[in-house]
Design a protein around this ligand. Structure first.
Ligand code: NDP
Length: 609
């Protein structure tokens, strides 16, 4: 399909029909009727996989007080929203989290090699406010976790926070215009306003592989890395206990791409069990030069960088590209291709073809990169991703493919079928038993189930209305933040809004600002309640459903995308598909809209009373 001997100057010649047929073939191999049901939660006999290995549990007295704002989730969504609320004059914001500290995903995911996949300067929130200079273009996990703590310290968020605490019940008290909050620690307190930012990927899952609980060796999920077993630590100390161990890792998504290189160096034998390869492009990480940073960090710099990244990444015409990375390169290529379309072909179909062509070229390059790095030809062939780049989370790494050249590292490709079985001694894949001392599950997180199912609690709004019932046939909201029937409730997540997946914290930054402005308006106006009207919600839903269905949503629904959590495991419809519903004009337009919405002071669609 590709002439691997071509030089950089020669054009890539692609047999598009053959490529599409290959993509379809790879997708069909992987489609399974059980979709999301193929996975297993970390509950019941799997509950030990979910135990917090990082912070000891400390007894405390239950809370029975009142706060102005309670926020469930102390990750980026909670931290950023709380920081904006504090700036707006709300001093008693209570963060509640099942983890032992702030940090959310960066609290839990301490696997070796964890680092942000989007440039630190736009990924790490509140850099300007805290005065922190990221030490690398893509900061590693310990620095990001430390930054979360910095934010919590600076904004006084530890004063009211409750950790190792899980909400069990949230009920609106209409007479008192407040939320009653109950937790698994016996807390029964109230809050005038309530926020929820529990993260799109916070419930770890295991593959439902037969025999998974029969394994007699050691095992853990990447989101609960067991350094007591592996040796080493989060900061990169070598995992010396693995020097005599045979380790298997199941999964080759973004997490595995980051930890496999570290495991490859530490284990006696490492077997990487692959169902679908990730596309792995150049990362080009580098340390930050403080002199350079001083030149960019004038007042307002981070907001400018955020807006510039989003504009470049989502296909806008920007005068410059400040971040210059794989994400913006991806969009720049599409734009260049689209701009080269002759006037007579400037139709929706012509534009989609240009979009498709640029994707084919990019993926051909990524596949050629595998050949240029991986020594063993069979392994290289199996590491090639046969789908469009945005079908799955694009990965970027400078050591992942190289890890397969290390002695003792073997890729076990299952030709899309996945691991067959786990036995007392190891893993059976592609008809062979691999005897192991340890199995690491890099099997990801639950997506595509209902919000309340993932949250682990329900929300009872006005007149006893349950959020699970209100959203039984699909989520309804305005801005993804407000739901009718649930006064003083703010939900911080991506869907029904910008849905900017290339830089998740940017969504939270803008939502946090809008929530703080709304709460300040309510407090300063002496209002007890704020709620989206039915008309305000309906109008928003009509706008979202009126979108074109082109762009990323169109790609993911296509027959050339292998299944995964981006496309509801290849099954159209269902709750997982809702993830794609976003502001039709795109993230840049959404953020501009939200800024206007706040600044006019009308808060259109909301009722204050
Ligand atoms: P993913 O869901 O992306 O990957 C899970 C992996 O497990 C896939 O490779 C999947 O294969 C594989 N798998 C599932 N079942 C089986 C089976 N039965 N046999 C063999 N393999 C199986 O989870 P990750 O934790 O890697 O990543 C989740 C998300 O977290 C990312 O997409 C990203 O959004 C985020 N993330 C972000 C990072 C960052 O920003 N720095 C770093 C890491 C993660 P298949 O593809 O065939 O389903």
């Amino acid at each position: 399909m590709t002439d691997q001997t071509r030089t950089a100057a020669e054009p890539i010649i692609i047999d598009k029909e053959a490529l599409k047929a290959r993509y379809r073939e790879e997708r069909n191999k992987r489609l399974r009727p059980d979709g999301n049901d193929q996975y297993q939660r970390l509950t019941g006999r799997f509950a030990h996989y979910a135990v917090d290995p990082h912070t000891p549990f400390v007894e405390r007295a239950p809370k029975t007080d009142h706060v102005t704002f309670a926020f469930i989730g102390a990750g980026f969504a909670g931290l950023v929203t709380a920081a904006r609320l504090v700036e707006a004059g709300v001093s008693d914001v209570r963060l509640i989290d099942k983890a032992g500290d702030v940090g959310g995903t960066w609290y839990w995911n301490r696997y070796p090699g964890a680092q942000c996949d989007t440039a630190s300067f736009v990924y790490m929130p509140l850099l300007e406010e805290t005065g922190h200079m990221p030490t690398e273009k893509y900061a590693h996990g310990p620095e990001i976790l430390e930054h979360c703590r910095r934010i919590a310290d600076q904004y006084g968020l530890y004063d009211h926070a409750l950790f190792h605490t899980e909400v069990t019940d949230l009920t609106w008290d209409d007479a008192g215009s407040r939320w009653a909050i109950r937790t698994n620690r016996g807390d029964e307190f109230t809050a005038q306003f309530l926020g929820m930012g529990t993260g799109p990927l916070h419930v770890a899952k295991l593959p439902g592989i037969p025999g998974i609980d029969e394994f007699a060796g050691h095992s853990f999920h990447t989101s609960r890395w067991d350094y007591a077993y592996t040796g080493g630590d989060h900061t990169g100390a070598p995992m010396s206990n693995l020097a005599d161990k045979r380790v298997g890792i199941i999964g080759t998504g973004a997490t595995a791409v980051q930890c496999v290189p570290r495991l490859a160096k530490a284990c006696k034998e490492l077997y990487v069990f692959q169902r679908t390869p990730s596309s792995v492009d150049v990362r080009a990480n580098q340390p930050t030069d403080p002199e350079w940073f001083a030149t960019i960090s004038e007042p307002g710099w981070q907001q400018r960088w955020l807006e510039n990244f989003t504009l470049n990444q989502t296909g806008g015409l920007a005068a410059e590209d400040l971040v210059m990375d794989g994400w913006t390169d991806l969009a720049r290529r599409v734009i260049t291709k689209v701009m080269s379309v002759p006037a007579e072909q400037f139709t929706p179909e012509g534009l989609m073809t240009a979009f498709e062509d640029s994707d084919f070229e990019k993926m051909e390059e990524i596949r050629a990169r595998v050949d240029s790095i991986v020594d063993d030809a069979y392994t290289a062939e199996k590491l090639k991703a046969w789908y469009r780049q945005l079908c799955k989370r694009p990965c970027f790494h400078d050591e992942y493919l190289q890890a397969y050249n290390e002695p003792g590292v073997a890729l076990v490709d299952t030709d899309g079928k996945g691991v067959e079985r786990i036995t007392e001694n190891g893993v059976v894949a592609a008809g062979t038993l691999y005897e192991l001392d340890c199995i690491i599950f890099a099997s990801g997180f639950e997506v595509g189930t209902s919000f309340t199912h993932r949250a682990g609690y329900d929300v009872t709004g006005r007149d006893g209305l349950k959020l699970s019932d209100y959203w039984a046939d699909g989520m309804k909201s305005r801005h993804g933040i407000h739901a009718h029937g649930f006064p003083n409730l703010f939900i911080v997540q991506l869907t029904h809004a910008a849905n900017l997946i290339s830089n998740v914290p940017h969504n939270f930054t803008e939502a946090g600002r809008a929530i703080a402005a709304t709460v300040r308006h309510a407090i300063e106006g002496g209002y007890d309640e704020v709620e989206v009207t039915k008309a305000g919600e309906d109008e928003w839903m009509e706008l979202l459903h009126g979108g074109s269905g082109l762009g990323v949503a169109g790609i993911l629904g296509s027959s050339e995308c292998t299944p995964g959590y981006y496309n509801n495991e290849g099954q159209p419809g269902g709750l997982g598909s809702e993830l794609l519903l976003a502001y039709p004009a795109g993230p840049v337009a959404y953020f501009e809209y939200l800024k206007r919405w706040c600044s006019t002071g009308d808060f259109e669609g909301l009722e204050f009373r």
